[in-house]
Design a protein around this ligand. Structure first.
Ligand SMILES: *Cc1c(COP(=O)(O)O)cnc(C)c1O
Length: 228
């Protein structure tokens, strides 16, 4: 009695409870089912169970899998993007969560233009200030948002964060709060064409805390598809 459909339903129930606890509307939070490393057959099972938004991390893998999957799916790229893969990201995905430099934004914009597409993007912030992590440091955020606002094939919609890995979900709360505050700070700049309505934060271990702190997209892999 623990099918993928059961697990998906359980995640949605937990999301709804977290939203209610925080006094938020459950419809304001989207579930992105993270299917990296998982086969097409399992992804089809998730779609049959009602998943409509899927996330992938690796361009090579996405190029193999996405064309084989039927259904009205919104694909999110949530991995680290390299410039030489921008072409494929622009063709395969509707959302890119991991913009963290002017160089990658420029490359993605150019490729989106060639594909005739407008991509929704988020800026990834490195609020943990971890040296090994991707994402922009706080001081570089507003200049990057201003740069992206000038790119005609990218639409900046908000921020994304991956907090430092900890055993305790509560430990992530401060990072989620900080990310929300940073989004408010960018929004207050009234940069033309830039919206900060979306906060992509929360994974299997901490999505409820993220929802309590304002997440509009949670990225859940393990709890739906099993361990990797
Ligand atoms: C893999 C991944 C997830 C999903 O992680 P789980 O812990 O399996 O839910 C979410 N976000 C990013 C950026 C990831 O790389």
């Amino acid at each position: 009695m623990n099918t993928l459909a059961d697990r998906l339903a359980e995640i949605r129930a937990r999301m709804n409870r977290a939203a209610e606890k925080a006094g938020r509307r459950p419809e304001a939070i989207r579930l992105i089912a993270v299917s990296k490393t998982k086969p097409v057959s399992l992804i089809q099972e998730a779609i049959a169970a009602g998943a409509t938004e899927l996330g992938e991390n690796y361009i090579q893998e996405a190029r193999d899998k996405i064309p084989r999957i039927n259904g009205e799916i919104t694909w999110h790229f949530i991995g680290h993007l390299q410039k030489n893969k921008a072409k494929f990201a622009a063709a395969l995905f509707s959302w890119v969560h991991t913009i963290d430099s002017t160089g990658i934004a420029e490359a993605l914009n150019r490729r989106a233009g060639l594909e005739g597409r407008l991509l929704n993007v988020l800026i990834e912030v490195n609020v943990g200030q971890e040296a090994t992590k991707s994402g922009v440091l706080e001081g570089d955020l507003i200049p990057l948002a201003e740069y992206v606002s000038g790119l005609t094939h990218l639409s900046l919609k908000g921020l994304m964060v991956i907090p430092p890995i900890t055993a305790e979900p509560e430990a992530a709360r401060a990072y989620f709060i900080r990310t929300r505050q940073l989004a408010e700070k960018v929004a207050a700049q009234n940069i033309p064409g830039v919206s900060m309505g979306e906060l992509s934060m929360g994974m299997t271990s901490d999505f409820e805390v993220a929802i309590e702190e304002g997440a509009t997209m949670v990225r859940v892999g393990t709890a739906i598809f099993g361990s990797r």
